[in-house]
Write a protein of this length. Structure first.
Ligand SMILES: C[S@@+](CC[C@H](N)C(=O)[O-])C[C@H]1O[C@@H](n2cnc3c(N)ncnc32)[C@H](O)[C@@H]1O
Length: 400
């Protein structure tokens, strides 16, 4: 098949000469689907990073393919790539029954986290057709026996195929009976804070050590004390417009008062803690991962601050207006895919600089070995170190 894979772009995700918008696993999965010749309406694609699988199948005449992508960036890339190639006829879904109902072939790019794989495998066994075949693929160097074991909890037959072009497919069939309740989300208690996590959310329902350090430094941990910088938030006005409670979404009315943003919110630990400590504050939690967004919504609801926190599925807060926030809380990612790559953190520093009002504060926690202070000073404004241990550093940057 002659699909122009090289025309696909990763945008708005990080682009670089050594980063492509497709890989050999995409090609293997597409080849397998073409060989099986199943009706497009019975094919589901999960984890299609930039749309290569969905678009190659659509281009080959498979109509009605359903796709789930976790990342807002991947969803935008798929839309843009489809538009660029003039392709339509597929539909995007969350990881739910509408995605999988009646599916007979599920093509899966294996996720890194076993918990995400477990949630996905359970969803396929739960909602797809009884004769569904799940074909999971990955780069050989990232694949483990544990992935087969996880698939084996939801499927009676799991067979690894011969590796090709450094990728391998694993074929799972014969779905097992599912438990009455899905295994995710999971819930855990931490010193008065309840965390709820779907499989793909960073750190699961655990409180990440870096997050814990930031909460302690800000006085937002179990003690619920607040630092001087944050007591101003106590006088924040209540949200006015229920459709845009924070009044900062691009195109909305300007915010009548200060707000706090949890940028890259994961399960929403920072947003929920901030909201609990500042009952009158208006808080936005935003993440590019759908699993994180669903988790943060459940976390804020579980802590009784669901009305106070708006959770948004977005890339680097792109839907938030310039200069609209007073405080940004950030525990940035430092892994991109499987390689250490600081581009992802830089993107969030730039976003924080754009979202903050002049004089607004960015609190960042990061691994001390990363030394982000100079970059934060350059991109955001004067940056002081407010905590440092051999493991973690917390900085406060004032937007210039
Ligand atoms: C280290 S985790 C921190 C999660 C949470 N704030 C915490 O402290 O537990 C980083 C989070 O940033 C999110 N992220 C990475 N790049 C992003 C981007 N461009 N836009 C929005 N979120 C992003 C990831 O999905 C992940 O949930």
């Amino acid at each position: 098949m002659d699909f122009p894979y090289s025309r696909l772009r990763r945008w708005p995700d990080v682009e670089a000469d050594n980063l492509q918008a497709h890989d050999a696993t995409d090609l293997l999965l597409v080849e397998r689907a073409l060989a099986l010749g199943i009706d497009g309406r019975e094919i589901v694609v999960i984890g299609d990073e930039y749309g290569a699988i969905t678009l190659a199948l659509t281009s080959a005449g498979f109509d009605g393919v359903r796709v789930h992508q976790d990342l807002a960036t991947g969803r935008r890339a798929l839309e843009r790539n489809a538009e660029e190639l003039g392709l339509a006829g597929f539909s995007s879904h969350e990881l739910d029954a509408t995605l999988l109902d009646g599916a007979r072939l599920v093509l899966l790019q294996l996720p890194k986290a076993l918990a995400e794989l477990e949630e996905t495998a359970d969803a396929a066994a739960r909602w797809a057709a009884p004769d569904v075949v799940l074909v999971a693929g990955g780069r050989v160097k990232h694949m483990t026996i544990a992935q087969n074991e996880v698939l084996g909890r939801s499927f009676a037959e799991v067979q690894a195929q011969r590796a090709e072009r450094k990728s391998r497919l694993v074929v799972a069939s014969a779905p097992r009976p599912v438990p009455s309740e899905p295994p995710f989300p999971v819930v855990a208690q931490h010193d008065g804070l309840t965390l709820v996590a779907h499989g793909g959310a960073f750190a699961g329902a655990k409180l990440d050590i870096g997050t814990r350090v930031l909460l302690e430094v800000l006085g937002l941990d179990g003690s619920r004390l607040s630092m001087g910088a944050h007591t101003r938030a106590e006088s924040m006005p209540e949200a006015a417009d229920p459709a845009d409670p924070c009044g900062v979404v691009n195109g909305g009315e300007p915010s009548p008062g200060p707000i706090a943003v949890d940028l890259g919110c994961g399960t929403g630990a920072l947003a929920a803690s901030y909201a609990l400590a500042h009952p009158h504050a208006r808080v936005i939690a935003t993440d590019r991962s759908a699993a994180a967004v669903a988790s943060a919504r459940a976390t804020t609801a579980a802590n009784g601050v669901g009305d106070q926190v708006t959770v948004m599925h977005d890339d680097a807060g792109s839907e938030l207006a310039d200069a609209s926030a007073n405080i940004v809380l950030l525990n940035p990612p430092f892994h991109l895919g499987s390689s250490v790559h600081t581009g992802a953190a830089t993107r969030l520093f730039e976003a924080a600089a754009r979202i903050l009002r002049p004089g607004g504060e960015l609190f960042t926690v990061y691994n001390s070995s990363l030394g982000y202070r100079a970059e934060l000073t350059r991109l955001v404004g004067p940056t002081e170190q407010v905590h440092r241990s051999p493991k973690f550093t917390v900085t406060r940057s004032i937007r210039r």
